[in-house]
Design a protein around this ligand. Structure first.
Ligand code: PMV
Length: 312
């Protein structure tokens, strides 16, 4: 009754920012992402019939274990241990890797044998973006209107295209407003509806860019999408300002490097840390450039990765 799983974080080219169903975590739009090889969480779950109480640190993890217990029809107490190899609450989507690994480990430990689709649906209820860390490589979270139709599928395996995401950890400081909390205020932004109105077109373009391995097109849309999402965030009530001066300096540096002929585009989630998309032949130069700015406490180079896997 014990299982260990590992799952990657992911970076979304088209992002999830807004829910049409709060409780089920059904997003207002579909999204597209890539699993990240350098950012992962290992999770061990053990169910014990004789245990006196749950040994779980976080309430949200306990709620997820309750979902698994309900599904398995069991009441056993659980011990959950999660370890990530990167900082939490800094904009690196730790919850995606935590809830993907937790979903796989907990269902295995409970004796359930769920399909990839069922795992993705369950992971989504713990943390939306976690549903995209279940399948391999490049994933699309389908825009379903019900729980059973809102899940992620792999659109390309990791080896399809060696796209690189260089993460620059600007600081390890934890954000003040969590993603779940932050998402609540978005309806007040005058730009929320505008962003959604262009979504279908953007999804088609990203899929086209992936199909043709067109880095320039993927980069242009991803950077614009990140800025649109942050335009919504900074015009919400209360306003969400996740960038720090270091984030902004690196965003500007990416524009300078690009104008000098270095293929690179940025994208940013809910936090100060920044993702820089590029191709393998430019990684060394970009790492050197980032280091020379003195703005990154840590640099993590990511390639496309597999989804959640059982370790034992
Ligand atoms: O799944 P959550 O609650 O961590 O939300 C993820 C939100 C963004 O990272 C900002 C966008 C995304 O699609 O990953």
């Amino acid at each position: 009754m014990k299982a260990t799983a590992i799952a990657p974080s992911n970076i979304a080219f088209i992002k999830y920012w807004g829910k049409k169903d709060e409780k089920l975590r059904l997003p207002e739009n579909g999204s597209i992402s890539m699993n990240l090889s350098g950012l992962s969480t290992t999770c061990t779950v053990e169910f014990n019939r004789d245990g006196e109480k749950d040994e779980i640190d976080h309430e949200r993890i306990k709620l997820h274990i309750d979902r698994v217990r309900k599904l398995a029809g069991m009441k056993d107490h659980a011990r959950v241990d999660t370890r990530s190899n990167f900082p939490h609450s800094t904009g690196l989507s730790a919850s995606a890797s935590v809830f993907a690994a937790l979903t796989l480990a907990a269902t295995k430990a409970a004796g359930l044998d769920l399909s990839e689709k069922e795992l993705s649906i369950l992971a989504r209820q713990g943390s939306g973006s976690a549903c995209r860390s279940i399948p391999d490589g490049f994933a699309e979270w389908l825009d379903g209107n019900t729980s059973d139709t809102s899940y992620a599928v792999s659109i390309y395996p990791p080896q399809y295209w060696d796209l690189v995401d260089i993460v620059a950890v600007v600081t390890h400081t934890k954000k003040r407003v969590s993603t779940s909390e932050g998402m609540k205020g978005l309806k007040k932004s005058p730009f929320h509806k505008t962003r959604l109105s262009g979504m279908q077109e953007k999804i088609v373009s990203v899929k086209d860019a992936l199909a043709r391995r067109d880095f320039e097109l993927l980069g242009i849309i991803s950077e614009a999408e990140a800025l649109e999402m942050h335009a919504v965030m900074i015009t919400q009530q209360p306003a969400l300002l996740y960038w720090t001066p270091g984030t902004l300096e690196l965003m500007k540096a990416v524009h300078v490097w690009r104008s000098e002929g270095l293929p690179c585009f940025f994208t940013i989630n809910t936090g100060q840390n920044i993702h820089i998309l590029t191709l393998p032949e430019y990684v060394k130069k970009l790492e050197k450039n980032i280091q020379e700015t003195g703005l990154a406490e840590k640099i993590i180079v990511n390639h496309p990765a597999k989804g959640a896997q059982i370790l034992s």
